[in-house]
Design a protein around this ligand. Structure first.
Ligand code: URA
Length: 218
């Protein structure tokens, strides 16, 4: 696979993080990835939506694929779903820029249809390399499609959400996709419960809650 800098087995490797190194490595990866032509989505995209945020984030948030606004701007989660995601993160004590936000697919599927298997196969190596560079303590996957795709299963969201799931050595949590919450506000309570479970685990690993909470307590 073009641009694959490491063996998949190594994805949970180093313990120490250097933000400057991670930033430079992500920038280098973006330069390689941004002209990707490995699936047909390259022909219809306006922008390659790589991801953004803290290169040394302890929390990485992974969505499904860019929508129209993300495709137009080149940034993940900037539409209505993104605004709700920002609110969820804030409620958990995170400024958006403290975490790293990205998607499984880096290019918008036409009409926002679900990712197809060839697109996933082409795009997953970019995500795996991002995670290998960032080395998050916790990963939050948004929605059933993202979770089924990453975990390569067909479980219901109910069977996956609100609990610790190990994947490639990463500690992962799954909750509703913000777009689903916009359609069904009744699910917001469940989402908040999932986030609280995740935050308890985050605090147990990082010695505190979020970076902004840490600052407030100093
Ligand atoms: N939905 C996603 O899954 N990702 C985005 O970036 C925007 C909407």
């Amino acid at each position: 696979m073009q641009g694959l800098l490491f063996d998949e087995e190594q994805s949970s490797a180093p313990a120490e993080k250097n933000p400057n190194t991670a930033s430079a490595e992500l920038a280098r990866l973006f330069e390689t990835a941004k002209s990707c032509q490995q699936c047909t989505l390259a022909g219809s995209r306006l922008n390659f939506v790589f991801g953004e945020g803290n290169p040394a984030a302890n929390l990485v948030v992974i969505g499904e694929a860019p929508g129209a606004e993300e495709d137009a701007s080149g940034r993940p989660f900037v539409g209505r779903s993104g605004q709700l995601l920002d609110k969820i993160l804030l409620a958990a004590g995170f400024q958006r820029e403290e975490v790293y936000i990205c998607n499984i697919l880096k290019c918008r599927p036409p009409g926002n249809r679900n990712p197809q298997s060839d697109e996933i196969a082409s795009c997953m190596p970019w995500l795996l390399q991002q995670l290998h560079i960032i080395q998050p303590k916790v990963i939050l996957m948004l929605g059933k499609v993202a979770a089924n795709t990453i975990l390569d299963n067909t479980l219901s969201l109910g069977a996956m959400r609100g609990k610790l799931i190990q994947w490639k050595g990463y500690d992962c949590f799954i909750t509703y996709h913000p777009a689903a919450l916009l359609r069904n506000p009744n699910w917001k309570r469940g989402c908040w419960e999932d986030i609280q479970v995740m935050m308890r685990h985050y605090a147990s690993l990082c010695g505190t809650t979020s970076p902004s909470e840490k600052q407030k307590n100093q």
